[in-house]
Design a protein around this ligand. Structure first.
Ligand SMILES: Cc1ncc(COP(=O)(O)O)c(C=O)c1O
Length: 373
């Protein structure tokens, strides 16, 4: 279970060189291929020429450039809300989102498979934490009924779960939060740019955007950059600017990261074919592993798919064999996933073709065959 860092020696789209081998990268969150899109790279380059690289200061001092302000306006308009606020990462945005809603004396209800950043945020908030089994919403209701007298109740969930690629039932969660007068925080890290007709995320896809109290997104996955954001009403944004420690006490993102993200959002809005293609490839991958290998990747239907192998050693061996065969697919092991659920986590990008998927499925067959005996 000891972790060490593997170096990527060269990278061109989803083709890389790792440990001297040419591999196809099936584990990146650069889902729409925007990290190296020439328009995104160009926007970053122009911003560096204008502002230099580092922001040199936190947002409330001198770290808010025209590019930061323009990106916040663009995210708000993309999401159709009054305001947005940028953070140095999605992790930092989640810290602020949860702390803005709950503190001492409150209760946070979280899905068992919430991302580590949400767990850390809940721990930092000082609120009591109650965990419900993954997507078992009747259990959530039972917990809520036990804490009906608490001053504030806050439900926290990922929209696309980062390891299994399945989607939270936000319609059910909205009904529950209304029934129990709770607040709902949704982390759309993996869904931003990917789900919904306009790429705004799972809440858009499920028609409940107006019912989410605090929505979090990242610039670091489908948008191909770095940074995180919270969207919501003006009061929420002002509250965060004045109180969120992970916003106030840290250096602002480089302006170039903001300019690049603005260009990426333009592409998300003007090229829906990227997310459509990604979603089609995800269906094709699941169908292929089911038909050709008899494998099931759970009830997810998104660009993230896990093949759960159980034992960490088995998962590591499978990942090593895949690397030999030219595919970078990491073994994800505890504590990232619960004990007994070590897995291969596969993520697709819109730049890939069906042939790439066919090749991966064949390699998975070779890598897993000796381990099944
Ligand atoms: C569900 C989820 N939320 C938040 C984050 C953190 O985002 P970032 O990498 O931008 O800090 C991640 C990714 O690492 C994630 O998977």
């Amino acid at each position: 279970l000891f972790r060490s860092l593997g170096e990527v020696e060269t990278l061109d789209g989803y083709h890389a060189q790792v440990r001297g081998r040419n591999v196809r990268v099936f584990c990146s969150n650069n889902y729409l291929g925007l990290a190296d899109d020439p328009r995104v790279v160009d926007a970053a380059r122009r911003a560096i020429e204008r502002w230099g690289w580092g922001a040199g200061s936190s947002r409330l001092i001198s770290g808010t450039t025209a590019d930061h302000a323009a990106l916040e306006r663009k995210i708000a308009s993309f999401k159709g809300v009054q305001g947005s606020l940028l953070f140095g990462s999605g992790y930092l945005a989640n810290l602020a989102a949860v702390r803005s809603a709950a503190g001492d004396g409150d209760v946070i209800f979280m899905d068992k498979l919430c991302h580590a950043s949400l767990i850390d945020a809940a721990r930092c908030s000082g609120a009591e934490i109650r965990v419900y089994p993954h997507k078992r919403y009747e259990r959530l209701e039972r917990l809520l009924s036990r804490y009906a007298s608490k001053s504030r109740r806050v439900i926290v969930t990922d929209s696309i779960f980062s390891m299994d690629g399945d989607v939270a039932d936000l319609v059910a969660l909205v009904e529950i939060k209304k029934r129990w007068n709770a607040a709902l925080i949704v982390d759309e890290a993996h869904a931003t740019g990917v789900l919904g007709e306009f790429g705004r995320g799972a809440a858009e896809m499920l028609g409940v955007e107006d019912e989410i109290d605090v929505s979090v997104g990242t610039l670091s996955k489908a948008l191909g950059g770095i940074g995180g954001f919270i969207t919501g009403g003006r009061t929420l944004i002002d509250f965060l600017i004045n109180t969120a420690r992970s916003f106030i006490y840290t250096t602002s993102l480089p302006a170039a990261a903001c300019a690049a993200a603005s260009a990426a959002i333009d592409i998300v809005q003007s090229e829906p074919e990227r997310r459509n293609r990604l979603n089609e490839l995800a269906d094709y991958f699941r169908e292929s592993i089911r038909e050709k290998l008899g494998l099931d990747s759970g009830d997810g239907r998104t660009q993230i798919a896990s093949i759960v192998l159980g034992d960490p050693e088995v998962a590591t061996k499978a990942a090593d064999r895949l690397l030999e065969l030219g595919f970078l697919v990491p073994a994800i092991r505890p504590p990232t996933t619960p004990p007994g659920t070590s897995r291969l986590r596969i993520s697709l990008t819109a730049a890939m073709s069906r042939m790439d998927v066919d090749d991966l499925v064949e390699a998975l067959g070779c890598a897993l065959e000796p381990l099944r005996k």
